[in-house]
Design a protein around this ligand. Structure first.
Ligand SMILES: Nc1ncnc2c1ncn2[C@@H]1O[C@H](COP(=O)(O)OP(=O)(O)OP(=O)(O)O)[C@@H](O)[C@H]1O
Ligand SMILES: [Mg+2]
Length: 407
């Protein structure tokens, strides 16, 4: 039977600082569980991973020691999902016998350490080390947001049928421009699993990613999601793409939409950058979107691809007023003018963004152009885009800024 988990549980023998994290033992076999519980005096004991999950508290670091009965293929699988979903949980395997295959499986499951179950001294040391590491990394993470909004926030998806047209640039800068104008939370999601570069564009470490967030949704615990976001200095809450996703990897549609829906429960604006990929997941995301920023360039292939893309969207009954055309590098002198593009697409080029050298310069500086060059032409257009999307919400933010005292 599990111990109460309401108060911090430390290991009596592990010395000072143990109230900075909790310690739990997970082992179905009573004999092993008791042995581990004795070695790690004061640790909470659980019969199963499900039991442990019930008692996890958002934002509180916990070292979970998994006993010998968990070190089996199904157990490793469960622990892998758990470590992905709960970044403040540090897994340690206490196994009957240390062997290369077991160490490898534990590593793949996201374990921080693997020790021999009979070696009490090493186990105590390992738990203390993992606990301190967890405490340090959890302290720098965004605190969990527990209160929900009365109405869901807005889902804004930045999409194009052609690569390299400026989707990520627009997603990042619109999010930052919004965060500059509201006290409400603004989230930025990188749904480009393979080549996502939001983390690089904002200079934030991809500690916990959209893949981890999707795993937390599987656990039916959207609240944990808030603790997985990384806060950029502008105030934007970022959910980056994994730094090393396998080629061709995508998230299942329901997970991608589920992550966004969960973010909408506590963020006023959720901006999603997408890959140039017309798959089921992107389609589901577009279906769920409140606004779709369709990004196009000033060249024939880009316009042709957009036209084909719009026809596909039409077939999926995605269109109408949700589609807003963002024409990037709209001032580029080519033998194609904006009016012609509007005619071909049957869509007003509502948001022209000029080509501006300040954009690539800011990319190389690791700062969004709206911060780096607040007065340049691209910033003015991107600010206009953000303000238009926010509507009345931006007005309240402007008042807030006007109300600030000048230095
Ligand atoms: N308005 C602009 N003026 C000048 N350069 C720009 C502008 N918009 C984007 N760029 C540059 O174009 C390049 C591609 O932009 P970005 O990465 O945003 O495109 P993308 O559509 O996200 O590409 P991908 O399909 O690879 O994800 C970047 O180097 C960016 O700095
Ligand atoms: Mg991109």
């Amino acid at each position: 039977m599990a111990l109460a988990y309401d108060s911090p549980i430390g290991i009596a023998d592990a010395g000072p600082g143990t109230s900075r994290y909790d310690v739990a033992v997970v082992e179905p076999e009573p004999r092993y569980r008791m042995q581990l519980g004795t070695q790690l005096a004061g640790a909470a004991q659980f019969e199963s991973i499900e039991d442990l999950v019930q008692h996890l508290r958002p934002g509180r670091p916990v070292v979970a020691v998994f006993g010998p009965s968990v070190a089996v293929p199904y157990g490793f699988q469960q622990v892998q999902r758990l470590t992905a979903a709960y970044p403040e949980l540090g897994a340690v395997f206490a196994v009957a016998e240390l062997s290369a295959p077991v160490l490898q499986a534990a590593l793949r499951a996201g374990a921080r350490d693997t020790v021999a179950a009979h070696d009490a001294a090493t186990m105590v040391q390992s738990v203390a080390r993992v606990g301190e590491l967890l405490h340090d990394s959890t302290a720098s993470r965004v605190p969990a947001v527990t209160e929900s909004r009365a109405t869901p926030g807005r889902l804004i998806v930045v999409f194009s049928t052609k690569g390299g047209v400026g989707k990520s640039t627009i997603a990042v800068n619109v999010a930052v421009a919004m965060a500059q104008r509201t006290r409400d939370r603004v989230a930025l999601v990188d749904a480009d699993l393979q080549f996502g570069d939001i983390a690089v564009l904002l200079g934030v470490p991809p500690k916990t990613t959209i893949t981890d967030a999707a795993a937390s949704i599987q656990f039916g615990d959207p609240e944990m999601l808030s603790g997985m976001l990384t806060r950029h200095s502008s105030g934007v809450y970022v959910l980056p793409a994994p730094p090393e996703a396998a080629l061709g990897s995508t998230l299942p549609a329901e997970e991608l939409v589920g992550v966004c829906a969960a973010l909408q429960t506590f963020c006023g604006q959720v901006i999603v950058d997408t890959p140039t990929l017309f798959d089921d997941s992107t389609l589901a995301l577009l279906q769920a979107a409140d606004e779709i920023l369709l990004v196009g360039g000033m060249d024939i292939p880009s316009v042709k691809n957009l036209k084909i893309g719009m026809q596909a969207l039409d077939l999926a009954a995605i269109g109408g007023s949700r589609l807003r055309l963002v024409l990037n590098r709209a001032n580029t002198q080519v033998k194609l003018d904006v009016r012609e593009i509007e005619q071909v697409l049957g869509l007003r080029a509502e948001f022209p963004i000029p080509s501006d050298i300040a954009v690539p310069i800011s990319v190389n500086a690791g700062r969004p152009v709206v911060e780096q060059e607040p007065k340049c032409a691209a910033t003015r257009a991107l600010n206009h885009l953000a303000v238009t999307l926010m509507g009345a919400e931006a007005d309240s933010g402007t008042k807030k800024r006007r109300g600030r005292k000048k230095k």
